[in-house]
Ligand binder design. Sequence first.
Ligand code: SF4
Length: 189
Amino acid sequence: MVTTEKMKLIKRLNNELRHCRKCPGLNVQSITENAPGYGNLNSKVMLIGQSLCYKCMESQIPFTGGSGIFLDRVFEGLGILKSQLFITNVVHCHTPRNRPSKTSEIENCHHFLEKEIEIIQPRLIVALGKDATQWFLGKVRLGDVLYRQALWNNVLIYPTYHPSFIKKRGDEATRHFVSSLAKVIGQWM
Ligand code: SF4
């Protein structure tokens, strides 16, 4: 798909997302607002988190600050910019106090993520945490599939912890997270 076509499709999708009211209590401006996926429409790599963080409502960029600093370390180590990749979430809205997403919210938002993948056509998807991993691989235990590539519709899926979990795990886990991601993402840059 050529870039102009992708731009047209993503613009339409983002407009639909902006006005989405499928989930009760979500997509309330500055409270539980949503943000579209961010970055390069031609990226071979997509990163997918669980839901939008509080700060990300204002920036409209997933993984702004907070646990996103661990992803920034990966990008810095590779000498790339966040904008060179495409980053989004399973649930595009900010959930109140970052509570876990409800199953209904994941189901309601399925269409937006599905369309983003269709438009971007990535070769590698880094699934950050349980929600993203289960979106692709079904009801697996994250611990059983962690850091192991799997195939989904001819796309490589790389399941990892969510960066907010890594934040609580100490230096060694952080180093492993950053170096594993850098290794797998670096192969596609
Ligand atoms: S989570 Fe997704 S489906 Fe639910 S209101 Fe937000 S954008 Fe719409």
